[in-house]
Design a protein around this ligand. Structure first.
Ligand SMILES: CC(C)(COP(=O)(O)OP(=O)(O)OC[C@H]1O[C@@H](n2cnc3c(N)ncnc32)[C@H](O)[C@@H]1OP(=O)(O)O)[C@@H](O)C(=O)NCCC(=O)NCCS
Length: 169
C-alpha cells in the first residue's frame, strides 16, 4: 500500500463544510438531513446548542476531522463524539469515510489511527462505533477487524444488520 505522503489531518472548518457534507452524503445515502445537521453542529456553536436540545439529547460533544492532500483537497473525514451516558470512558466514531478516488492508499488508516490517539490522549478506555453489513460499508469491516473493534451487538434490519463494535484501549 502506498503511504499517503503529505496528507494532513485537520479539524473540519467552515471552509471545508460544504465539501465535507457532500462527501459524507455521497457515501452514506438515504440519511436524509442527519448528515448535514450533525456536521454543521460540529462547526457552528448555535447549531450545536439546537442539536443537543432538540435533535439528540444524548450527544455531549461532536467534532470532525478531515484528511487533506498537499493541494488542500478533501480526501476523507472522521467524526469523534461523546455521549452523556458514557463520555468519561468512551469515544464514538461517526461518518467515517474516504472519497472513492482516494481509497486503498492508507488514508482510512490514518484517520482511524488519529481517532484512536485522540481517545487515548483523552484517557478513554473504549472507542465505539456502529456500522452495517450494507454493501457500501463492507470494506470497513476488514479494517475494523484488524484494528480490534469487536462486535458487541447485532441488530437485524430489513436485508442487512447493524453491527455495534467496540475497541478496548
Ligand atoms: C473504510 C474506508 C474509510 C477505508 O478507507 P481507505 O482509505 O480505503 O483505507 P486504507 O487504504 O487505509 O485501508 C485500510 C484497510 O482497510 C481495508 N480495506 C480497504 N479497502 C478494502 C477493500 N476494497 N477490500 C477489503 N479491505 C479493504 C484493508 O484492511 C486495509 O488494510 P490493508 O491495506 O493493510 O489491507 C473506506 O473504504 C470507505 O470510506 N468506505 C465506505 C464508508 C464506510 O464504510 N465507512 C465506515 C462505516 S461505519
Amino acid at each position: 500500500m502506498e503511504f499517503p505522503e503529505g496528507v494532513t489531518i485537520i479539524p473540519l472548518s467552515k471552509e471545508y463544510l460544504k465539501k465535507a457534507i457532500k462527501l459524507v452524503e455521497s457515501v452514506f445515502t438515504d440519511e436524509e438531513d442527519s448528515v448535514r445537521r450533525e456536521i454543521e453542529a460540529s462547526v457552528y456553536e448555535k447549531k450545536f446548542e439546537k442539536y443537543i436540545t432538540k435533535i439528540d439529547r444524548h450527544t455531549k460533544s461532536l467534532e470532525y476531522f478531515i484528511a487533506v492532500d498537499p493541494k488542500g483537497r478533501l480526501m476523507g473525514i472522521i467524526g469523534i463524539y461523546t455521549l452523556i451516558e458514557n463520555y468519561k470512558d468512551t469515544l464514538w466514531i461517526g461518518w467515517y469515510c474516504v472519497d472513492k478516488k482516494h481509497r486503498r492508499r492508507g488514508v482510512g488508516k490514518l484517520l482511524l489511527d488519529f481517532s484512536i490517539t485522540k481517545a487515548r490522549e483523552r484517557n478513554k478506555s473504549y472507542i465505539c462505533l456502529y456500522t452495517s453489513t450494507d454493501r457500501n460499508e463492507e470494506e470497513a469491516q476488514d479494517i475494523y477487524d484488524k484494528y480490534g473493534f469487536y462486535v458487541t451487538e447485532i441488530v437485524h434490519k430489513d436485508g442487512y444488520n447493524i453491527l455495534f463494535r467496540k475497541k478496548t484501549l
